[in-house]
Design a protein around this ligand. Sequence first.
Ligand SMILES: [Zn+2]
Length: 84
Amino acid sequence: MGRKASYQCPHCSCGMTIRNSRSVHALLRNIFLQCSNYQCSFSAGGILEITHEISPSARPNPEIRLQTIKELTERKAANDENNE
Ligand SMILES: [Zn+2]
């Protein structure tokens, strides 16, 4: 079906299509979304960011250093303790 992962329009709840995207760096892209409902036609810009690693690459790029989900969870737990 060629269905792409996409956002739901915040106004009419129809699917939004990624019309364009521009690389900022390896982990960050600017994206431009447009509502697929012609009666709505909402369009917006946003950011798509890779924030953490779930499973490591078999061909890792040495310049990419991502937090694992474990590190992320541990850091959050530490922050929660500090806030009390
Ligand atoms: Zn819409």
